[in-house]
Every structure is written in C-alpha cells, then in structure tokens.
Design a protein. Structure first.
Length: 244
C-alpha cells in the first residue's frame, strides 16, 4: 500500500520483514522478524514454535519434522504472511511451489530428503525402506549410478582404441563400476535382512547409546551377476563388440 506525498514519491507501509531460512549449522528451519500477528500465522500455518534466543526471540519448526513437511509448512506460512501484508524472504530450498532450477537441484533435494529419512529412522524396517531406494535393482541409486558409469566407459574405450591409445583409465573405471555393482548387491542383502527384523521401540527414558566409530574395510569381492559379466571382459575384446 502506498500514499502519494507532495513530491509524488510513493511511501510504502510495510508491516514487518520476516526471514524464513534453514540454519546451516543446526538444519533447523527458523523465522526471524515480525510481530505478534506474524507469530500467529507462523504457528498456525507453518507449525513454528516460539523460541527465546540470546539476541531476541524467534520461531523455529520442531527438530523431528520431516523435510517435506518443513517445506510445506514454510511455504504455507510465507504465503499467509504475504497475504497479511508482511514482507517475506523465503529460502528457495524451502519453497515447495517453486519450479526446480534443473534436474540436478531436484536430485540434490531428493538426496537431502533421503538422508533426513535415514536420520529419523526409528526401527530396522524404516532403515530398510531407505536402503531400498539406494540399492534396489535397476531403479536404486547405486544401480542407476552404475548404469551412468557404464554409459561413460563404453564410448570412452571405443574412442581411445580407435585413436590407437591404450584405454588404461577406462579400464580402471570399468573395474570400479563392477565393484560398485557388487557393493550394491551387498547393501541389497542387508536391506532384505533389516526388512524382516522385528520392530522394537526403545523406552522413552532409555539413555542414548554411544556408537564407537570403526574403520571401514572394503567389501569382499562378490560373484558377478549375469548382466555384469561383460563388464570384466579384457579390454582387447572391446573392438569386436561394436556399439554397446
């Protein structure tokens, strides 16, 4: 809303400026600014709660709110505040209505949501659900990555051989891709076992269990699946295969 002045310059009446962002340190979705009316909109539409801070009060969403609900709540609160006349800055990553800036950004958001589901898992079956998306055959993340690496390796090898060069680096990529596929099968077996574990809920009063980190050792070599047998062929046979 604006009111013309004697010099014809508009004067804007802004009820308040509110910033809704994700704190990079704590990953909390926080809202700063506004008045009591804005606080009511944040709490009603966005699921925010009041929080006192050393530099003044602010609002934040609960720690255990899933990522998709965080985005929906932040978007609903931002639109409600705009309709009420507030000026709002909404973190683009929290805008559930925004058109993705590209496939890469959409993929990164998916990975963030998957990681959040893993962090919030309360039993083995919920862990298994996350592992399903990571290692399920054909459509899992790891098999898809392996397919992309194969699509990289095959023409790379052909170009090098056509130029009379040794495809040493391409062979290393082929071997790494084969190992990645083997690891995906190991994770799939872990998923299968986790999915059938009985669901147990820890008592609310139970103290957290400290997990001692341990060194990660490479997986043992696994037997190749039938569809992967061609991955480990000697590079010298690739000339006779034509286009893969």
């Amino acid at each position: 809303m604006s009111t013309p002045t004697s010099d014809q310059e508009p004067r804007f009446s802004v009820l308040g400026y509110i910033t809704i962002i994700r704190d990079p340190r704590t990953q909390l979705v926080v809202a700063v600014g506004g008045d009591d009316r804005a606080a009511g909109i944040l709490q009603t539409l966005g699921g925010f709660v009041f929080a006192p801070g050393p530099r003044g009060p602010y609002h934040c969403q609960p720690h255990d709110l899933p990522v998709d609900q965080q985005r929906q709540g932040a978007t609903a609160a931002a639109h409600g505040l705009l309709l009420a006349g507030f000026s709002v800055h909404l973190d683009p990553s929290l805008n559930a209505l925004a058109t993705p800036g590209g496939d890469r950004q959409a993929a990164l958001r998916y990975l963030d949501e998957l990681a959040e589901r893993a962090r919030q898992a309360t039993n083995d079956r919920e862990v298994a659900a996350v592992l399903t998306e990571i290692a399920t055959p054909h459509d899992g993340l790891l098999p898809r990555i392996a397919q992309t690496l194969v699509a990289t390796w095959a023409p790379w090898t052909q170009r090098l051989e056509a130029a009379g060069q040794k495809p040493a680096l391409a062979e290393q990529l082929m071997n790494a891709t084969s190992r990645l596929s083997s690891h995906a099968r190991v994770i799939e077996k872990i998923r299968d076992q986790a999915a059938v574990q009985p669901t147990r809920t820890a008592p609310a009063s139970a103290p957290p269990v400290a997990v001692r980190p341990r060194a990660i050792t490479p997986f043992a070599e696994q037997e190749e699946a039938p569809w992967e047998a061609w991955l480990t062929r000697p590079a010298t046979t690739s000339k006779s295969t034509g286009v893969l």
